[in-house]
Design a protein around this ligand. Structure first.
Ligand code: FMN
Length: 417
């Protein structure tokens, strides 16, 4: 029987993805902080992913605001700069050299901008919808780490909000002019757009807060403004955090997704977690090797956020959904698509260890038991357990894979933990 995973998917903008596998966004941490531009390391690493038969390639997060970036080595853009087009075009052409569409993840970190990252001064505050500091855990150490790494944010003015909207739009236009197939707004993992969307960090009483609709206003304005400057065939996606489907948060999220669809998104990727509580890395739920007899229902549960995606599907039968996190095997990926929870399957860590992961899973001559890449947890140094900091384990996990991406960029073999 043919694999559902090898079926193409057409997005509302007309972009066709040749199969269901999407290389998920992974920060490469390789840009030179002086200019934030993708350099030869990006060309080398993405050249490998371009050969991997992906349905689409998502880049790691590209920061839209030179003042506030996530980490010191994130690529970043700022206001539209024509002179940089050739560099971004080389990046787009590299990703797409075999015809795979490449989508740039664009991001503003808000209060999650590390001190010293970006062009603002070391003691210039981060900014966020409301002046709510990060919560890195209990105890004095966690508070000290929060102060040291992030400081406390100031509440954004409406002028700040308009400036950030313009920066998202300028970045999307630059990417469209450079030949990328689309952009994905990073509306997950605790970054600025999530900070607006959720009532946990948005206490505003003006037009950008107070109700689910008002909290989504910045995102809706960004999508509409991007749509007005890019070709109709340019794709706009979003990555969103899951919400507990038995709570008021879930109803608010459903209402917000409805608005995002009306504004013109092409696909929605489901993830979860933040720098405070990095659920997206799923360190407590990393899948084991798939045995022959598991049911499809159990297999779909390889995906960390399958329950949320299943609930969202009930509300939006036609929305193109991408499910990312924990998918390691052909049978698991196939079960996600069969269950209809996800049209697209996002692959993060396995894509680093095997940049041609889709070729392994789509090759029917490879038996099911071998069509998987099970990865152990990255081991933590012993001293970490003495620190009450949830983010540390995920930080070590991410750091390991960043090093592996950097090995890809140097033409070296990559290896699992
Ligand atoms: C090294 C690394 C960097 C990441 N950077 C990003 C990022 O820039 N943007 C993003 O949305 N998610 C990022 N993630 C999260 C992944 O996109 C994905 O959601 C997560 O790794 C779970 O998928 P997996 O289990 O297939 O790895 C990163 C993950 C890793 C391992």
């Amino acid at each position: 029987m043919a694999l559902a995973l090898s079926d193409p998917v057409k997005l509302p903008c007309g972009l066709e993805l040749p199969n269901r596998f999407v290389k998920a966004a992974m920060a490469e941490m390789m840009a030179d902080p002086k200019d934030g531009l993708p350099n030869e390391d990006f060309i080398e690493a993405y050249g490998k992913w371009a050969e991997g038969s992906w349905g689409a390639i998502l880049t790691g997060n590209v920061q839209v605001d030179l003042e506030y970036v996530g980490s010191t080595k994130d690529p970043s853009t700022g206001p539209y700069m024509k002179k940089n087009i050739e560099i971004w075009r080389l990046f787009a052409d590299t990703c797409q050299k075999k015809g795979t569409p490449a989508i740039v993840q664009i991001c503003h970190p808000g209060r999650q901008s590390v001190r010293g990252a970006g062009r603002r001064g070391l003691f210039t505050q981060t900014m966020a919808p409301s002046a709510v500091p990060m919560n890195m855990g209990n105890g004095l150490l966690a508070k000290f780490v929060r102060w040291l790494v992030f400081g406390a944010p100031r509440e954004m003015t409406v002028e700040d909000i308009k400036r950030v909207i313009d920066l998202f739009v300028d970045t999307a236009r630059l990417m469209a002019d450079s030949g990328f197939a689309g952009v994905q707004l990073h509306g997950a993992h605790g970054y600025l757009l999530t900070q607006f969307l959720t009532s946990k960090t948005n206490f505003r009483t003006d037009e950008y807060g107070g109700t689910p609709e008002k909290r989504a206003k910045i995102v809706v304005e960004i999508i509409k403004a991007i749509r007005s400057v890019v070709p109709a065939t340019f794709c706009i996606g979003i990555k969103l955090n899951s919400a507990d489907h038995n709570s008021g948060d879930f109803d608010a999220t459903v209402r917000q997704i409805e608005l995002l669809i009306k504004a013109g998104i092409d696909f929605l990727e489901v993830s979860g977690g933040s720098a405070e509580d990095p659920k997206m890395m799923g360190r407590d739920h990393l899948p084991k090797k798939v045995e022959a007899k598991k049911s499809e229902r159990t297999l779909a549960r390889e995906a960390f956020f399958i329950d949320f995606a299943t609930q969202i599907r009930k509300h939006f039968p036609d929305l193109v959904l991408m499910v990312t996190g924990g998918i390691r095997s052909r049978r698991g990926a196939e079960a996600v698509v069969h269950s209809k929870a996800g049209d697209l399957v996002g692959i993060g860590r396995p894509a680093v260890i095997n940049p041609k992961f889709p070729q392994l899973l789509l090759d029917k001559s490879v038996p099911d038991e071998e069509a998987q890449l099970v990865l152990a947890k990255v081991p933590l140094p012993g001293w970490i357990k003495f620190l009450d900091l949830k983010a540390l384990g995920a930080g070590v996990e991410t750091g390991f894979y960043v090093t592996q991406i950097q090995r890809l960029a140097k033409g070296l073999a990559t290896f699992g933990p």
